[in-house]
Design a protein around this ligand. Structure first.
Ligand code: 16G
Ligand code: ZN
Length: 533
């Protein structure tokens, strides 16, 4: 039962700033860290209720604003299997965060308990973590008050990456079951992933060193652990590791910087040699972008689409070699941001599905395939093996040594890959394992297909809510008439493609355009932006 006195006393310590409105969006709550105190308290309450609703299973709470600037912060909830919070509860989160007074808050809580049919006498368990943001420590204290207010049993996972937190949630909830996901500790996470990597690359020649840009964030600690554990199996050089320097986080570094500006982190401009491969993590280490300089020193990016192409081809190959091609199908999930050239390359080989932006959409679509590979162009993605596929891999009797080898690769991949959420470190080891198998350099990997030149721009509009889309965000249905104008512009460009969608994380509208030549992609993007404005 709830102790209403305790709840309201604590709520009074974390009152909501008047005039602020919050929304649980694609990435949870996200705004200036300084504005989030009341939100964190209430998220603590909600996480407790969610756990009670799930019969005392452990719920995760991650405090991070990912690739956003350092003064921002945010928070999101993780459901028992390590996946994103169920969509229906996003609305509860939003309502709860906007209650203006403690009285109103208590009413909203009572209402959620009723609507969601929560048995309040159930236990509540929550595990939480934060990234390296300076505002994180105080926000975690507010979260802890919220957890205390509903009597939740709380476990602090400290300062760690988003994917580690997702891993912990799944590991805790499957502990001592037949579905055990691994030991429920950070050590368990690293051992599982790195152990599988070592098996995958056993007997392969040592790769040349990999440079890892840690965005000056929490990924630094994770990459450092991987470097230690793997030692000479994978020589790693870490850069942008200034986790305590104020203002450094995500600044001119990290996966989002590289993807959006389509250039090298300036800190690497003097050191990266042509042909050397490097990769960037984002501020909470759930996104990964690779890149290199070609012979003429031109920057080349290997984004989420290229990762999907590399990884999916390898998996398909191993499924065939294992003699499982009739039993285990592989499918791809992308968003409208996937480069047209990647969609063409992949769909000539595999079923490809396009869904709306946001990890939860990709993840759910990927669950429909026996093996579902999903990556957003921005570098967030993973591979899901259905429970049935896992059983097939465990029980399949290989009839030749070659089949047996391929089967083992697939089994090791299920251990290497973080199947709860996109994971920069796990994805990095996945890429490295495939490169080692194919004896590919970055250049050869890049040669799978050539990206169409593209441009992303954002437009500040009076009201982004009037922009409504259909067909996986590829077409506008509102404002009326606008899509027809876009279509007409696009028709004038060779290999032209463009779409407009409201951002789920910022108060802007995004315009994406592709064309045969870079200046034309830029031009198309700006002309479409002109229509939107
Ligand atoms: C969030 C999403 C990411 C998406 C991005 C789009 C999660 C965990 N993250 O970062 O998948 O690509 O939002 O942002 O869902 P936008 O709506 O502002 O374009
Ligand atoms: Zn992130």
């Amino acid at each position: 039962t709830l102790e209403l006195n305790l709840l309201s006393n604590l709520a009074n310590k974390h009152s909501k700033p008047p005039y602020l409105r919050f929304q649980y969006g694609t990435a949870g709550f996200r705004t200036l860290g300084a504005n989030l105190d009341s939100v964190l308290f209430r998220v603590g309450v909600l996480a407790g209720l969610r756990s009670k609703k799930q019969d005392g299973k452990t719920i995760g709470v991650m405090v991070t604003a990912s690739h956003n600037p350092e003064p921002d912060n945010g928070v999101k909830l993780v459901d028992p299997r390590g996946e994103m919070l169920e969509a229906a509860w996003e609305a509860h989160a939003t309502t709860l965060s906007n209650a203006d007074t403690t009285e109103e808050l208590l009413e909203v809580i009572a209402n959620i308990i009723q609507v969601a049919k929560i048995d309040i006498s159930k236990p509540a368990r929550v595990v939480y973590a934060r990234d390296t943001r300076p505002s994180g420590e105080a926000l975690v204290a507010s979260l802890e008050d919220g957890l205390r207010a509903v009597g939740a049993e709380a476990r602090n996972a400290g300062v760690t990456t988003t994917p580690v937190l997702h891993y912990l949630v799944r590991a805790i909830n499957t502990k001592s079951t037949t579905e055990s996901y691994g030991e429920d500790s950070e050590d368990g996470y690293y051992e599982k992933m790195c152990g599988a990597y070592k098996k995958l690359v056993a007997n392969r020649p040592l790769p040349p060193p990999l440079i890892v840009d840690c965005a000056n964030g929490v990924g630094t600690f994770a990459a450092d652990r991987v470097k230690d554990i793997l030692g000479s199996t994978l020589p790693i050089t870490l850069v942008n590791t200034a986790t305590t320097t104020v203002g450094a986080l995500n600044n001119a570094s990290g996966a989002d910087f590289v993807k959006t500006s389509q250039r090298l982190p300036p800190s690497l401009s003097d050191t990266l040699k042509p042909g050397e491969r490097a990769c960037s993590l984002d501020g909470d280490a759930d996104r990964l972008i690779y890149f290199y300089l070609d012979e003429s020193g031109t920057f080349k990016m290997l984004d989420g689409d290229k990762i999907a192409a590399l990884v999916a081809s390898f998996i398909v190959e191993q499924v065939k070699l294992a003699g499982l091609e009739n039993k285990v199908r592989v499918g791809i999930v992308q968003t409208a941001y996937a480069n047209g050239a990647s969609t063409k390359y992949l769909s000539s080989r595999l079923p490809v599905k396009c869904v709306a932006t946001g990890v939860k959409h990709l993840h759910h679509a990927a669950e429909h395939y026996p093996i579902g590979v999903y990556f957003e162009a921005n570098g967030h993605g993973t591979v899901l093996f259905s429970p049935e596929t896992v059983r097939t891999l465990e029980t399949h009797q290989p009839s030749t040594p070659a089949q047996s080898t391929a089967l083992n690769y697939l089994i090791n991949l299920t251990q290497l890959i973080n199947q709860t959420v996109g994971d920069a470190l796990s994805d990095m080891l996945l890429v490295e394992a495939v490169l080692a198998h194919k004896s590919y350099s970055a250049v050869e990997w890049d040669g799978l297909y050539s990206d169409l030149p593209n441009r992303l721009v954002k437009v500040v509009v009076a009201d982004r809510n009037i922009f409504q889309t259909q067909d996986a965000e590829r077409r506008l249905v509102s404002p009326p008439g606008l899509q027809a104008k876009i279509d007409e512009l696009v028709r004038r460009y060779d290999a032209g493609r463009s779409f407009v969608r409201p951002s789920g994380t910022e108060d802007v509208v995004r315009v994406y355009a592709e064309a045969m030549l870079k200046p034309l992609a830029d031009e198309l993007a700006f002309r479409v932006a002109g229509l939107v404005y």
